[in-house]
Design a protein around this ligand. Structure first.
Ligand SMILES: NC(=O)c1ccc[n+]([C@@H]2O[C@H](COP(=O)([O-])OP(=O)(O)OC[C@H]3O[C@@H](n4cnc5c(N)ncnc54)[C@H](O)[C@@H]3O)[C@@H](O)[C@H]2O)c1
Ligand SMILES: [Zn+2]
Length: 370
């Protein structure tokens, strides 16, 4: 494969460092990359039925030099469960996989989180590789090593930090992704600009964002590379979220409250909630006189121009301020009964506020309630 057509972003984690390879058609280089990584010629591809139907032949062709075992699961968040984990592990045992063989996640964040966790516990840890197929997975969930399943107590509560040995991102895979999912992923792209890359925001606002949503290959490669580099930089400083990694939750505390209110049944995608949540985080930062109105307005206008969800699109989800506040109190980032929020002093100037005055938050939620 020729690396000159692909971007490479290095995730710097000492002995657990790895490359993220990004480009249109990058899948054709997967075999060579895997051979450089492991002497084993066995790969278990964990994928969902949608991705398998659309891209099964492409991954099989890319792995033609390997003995490939396909594990095809139903699509959807419900797979991030004990039953889903058990099914993947069972399939690996039945096929006689060793720790030195590779578990390869081929799908969105659901397959990535599920198979990453399975790889982390299979015989105490098998080789793991991510080939993400949604924009959200390509810019967020495949990078950084968080793996998890859900249980009755909440989302992502059972899991492990388990870094992959390689992330290979083929932007051509996005051609089949429904537009709604593309937009949901774009919210996470924009997030990196808003956190600490004002130049990236300017580029997105200046047209790169529209080109990403139109799936232009060069725009995708550029925006995904910057996004992965931004996430890699944060993860390299704070792999286990003791501090700075929490910045990646910009917009997410509002988003989780909206998601809990909507119920996790597909009515509101995570990225849609994040899009509106970032709008709210900037608006609230302005209310607290932390950030200028012009910056909050620019974020809002950028989202509106690209037909991304804003606070104004959340309708009845904003009806009950007390319920939203209750949900925000449950956030994992909170410490000592105080609400932690990621707020902003401006575009590209996000920070962690560990004791948000609840009265201000409730007043804001009441003001915007519908
Ligand atoms: N580990 C992390 O750091 C991290 C970060 C963010 C999100 N997540 C997790 O990621 C999950 C969400 O991921 P997601 O948004 O990718 O959802 P997903 O994996 O459910 O994929 C969304 C839908 O798109 C389909 N799909 C995937 N690729 C496709 C393609 N190329 N063409 C057509 N359809 C395709 C899937 O079958 C699915 O129906 C959540 O469980 C979330 O908790 C994890
Ligand atoms: Zn997110």
């Amino acid at each position: 494969m020729s690396n000159d057509i692909n971007d490479i972003v290095r995730v710097d984690l000492g002995a657990r460092s790895y490359d993220i390879v990004i480009g249109a058609g990058a899948l054709s280089g997967l075999g060579a990359q895997l051979k450089a990584l492991s002497r084993s010629d066995r790969v278990a591809v964990v994928t969902d039925e949608n991705v398998h139907a659309l891209h099964g032949p492409a991954i099989a062709a890319a792995l033609s030099d390997f003995r490939t075992h396909m594990i095809v699961r139903p699509a959807g968040e419900a797979q991030k469960s004990m039953a889903g984990l058990d099914a993947v592990l069972d399939s690996l045992f039945r096929a006689g996989f060793d720790r030195s063989d590779t578990v390869l996640a081929f799908g969105g964040g659901v397959m990535g989180d599920l198979s990453g966790f399975a790889a982390s516990v299979y015989k105490r840890g098998a080789n793991f590789v991510q080939v993400p197929t949604t924009l959200l997975a390509q810019v967020d969930s495949s990078v950084g090593g968080k793996t998890a399943i859900n249980n009755a107590y909440g989302k992502n509560l059972v899991g492990a930090f388990y870094q992959p040995g390689l992330v290979l991102i083929d932007t051509d895979l996005l051609k089949t992704l429904p537009e709604r999912q593309v937009k949901a992923g774009y919210a996470e792209v924009l997030k990196y600009g808003l956190i600490d890359r004002p130049d990236f925001f300017e580029a997105l606002d200046g047209g790169l964002g529209a080109r990403v949503l139109a799936l232009e290959p060069d725009a995708l490669r550029e925006a995904i590379s910057v996004s992965c580099a931004a996430k890699a930089a944060v993860v390299a400083q704070d792999e286990r979220e003791g501090g700075r990694r929490a910045l990646l939750n910009l917009g997410h505390t509002f988003a989780h409250a909206l998601e809990l209110t909507a119920g996790y049944d597909g009515d509101l995608l995570h990225g849609e909630a994040v899009s509106a949540g970032m709008d709210m985080a900037f608006e609230f930062s302005h209310r607290l006189a932390l950030c200028q109105q012009g910056d909050a307005k620019r974020v809002h206008d950028h989202l509106s121009r690209l037909s991304m969800p804003t606070r104004a699109d959340m309708g009845s989800l904003l009806r009950d301020p007390d319920e939203l506040l209750r949900h925000m109190r449950q956030d994992k980032k909170n410490e000592g009964g105080r609400i932690t929020l990621i707020l902003a002093r401006g575009i590209g100037q996000a920070f962690i506020e560990k004791s948000v005055p609840e009265i201000d938050l409730l007043t804001y939620l009441k003001d915007i309630s519908t």
